[in-house]
Ligand binder design. Structure first.
Ligand SMILES: N[C@@H](CCC(=O)N[C@@H](CS)C(=O)NCC(=O)O)C(=O)O
Length: 225
């Protein structure tokens, strides 16, 4: 049996393309021979550290993104809807607390299952329900929906603002930057001791080719249903 190839997904719930990348790789993880590692990172830190700026700050890109995302939503069957005030949601409210919370979920669990569920609930809140993801009450609601117990949530609410979680998120974001990130999502495939880095949710064909797998969007989009 061939050993599983490690694939890291760096993502931030404030990034709609991260949601697409997240859902697509979650579908493929069920059919590809990969060991998927979630790496919750902070997009603001990636932008700052790489000297880039969000495409939402360039008017033409922002307009194009709106159309592009609507088409992708339909194609990939991910229920993305634009919040009423995207700029306020992305830049004013931001995702720092949510990403620290996810860091804590992953740290506490030492695995992926709960991180996947809580990430999905946070993506849904921001990109489908137009709900807050900054307040402790909002994080707690997402965790309840993800199936976490009352005692787990209580522990997480104590943990996520700790210096340890702040440092962990900072170091994950630095890992993304060290791989050359200038935006998210970032997928890193480890093949023959080499890291192959892909930016965006639109590089799955190339990624599959690189790790010796195949893509089939129509078939695989049914997998998580
Ligand atoms: N073409 C990529 C675009 C991804 C993208 O625009 N991501 C945003 C965050 S939502 C970003 O970090 N952009 C940086 C840049 O475009 O320079 C895709 O389809 O996923």
């Amino acid at each position: 049996m061939t050993s599983k190839k490690v694939v890291e997904l760096f993502y931030d719930v404030a990034s709609p393309y991260s949601w697409l990348g997240f859902e697509i790789i979650c579908r493929y993880k069920n059919v590809w021979n990969i060991d998927l590692k979630f790496r919750p990172a902070f997009l603001g830190g990636v932008m700052k550290g790489s000297g880039n700026k969000s495409p939402a700050m360039v008017q033409k890109k922002f307009l194009y993104m709106g159309k592009d995302l609507s088409r992708l939503t339909d194609y990939f069957d991910v229920p993305l809807q634009h919040p009423a005030d995207p700029i306020g949601v992305i830049f004013k409210k931001g995702s720092l607390s949510a990403m620290r919370f996810l860091t804590a979920v992953q740290e506490r669990e030492g695995g992926n299952t709960k991180a996947e569920q809580v990430s999905r609930e946070l993506f849904l809140r921001i990109w489908n329900e137009d709900k807050d993801i900054t307040e402790p009450g909002s994080l707690s609601e997402a965790a309840v929906k993800a199936g976490l117990s009352e005692s787990e949530i209580k522990e997480l609410l104590e943990l996520y603002t700790s210096p340890k979680m702040k440092d962990k998120l900072r170091s994950t974001t630095q890992d993304a930057l060290d791989y050359g990130a200038f935006g998210l999502p970032l997928l890193v495939c480890h093949v023959n001791s080499k890291a192959e880095v892909f930016f965006g949710s639109d590089r799955f064909e190339l990624m599959a080719h690189c790790i010796g797998e195949q893509t089939n969007t129509e078939q695989h989009k049914q997998i998580n249903k």
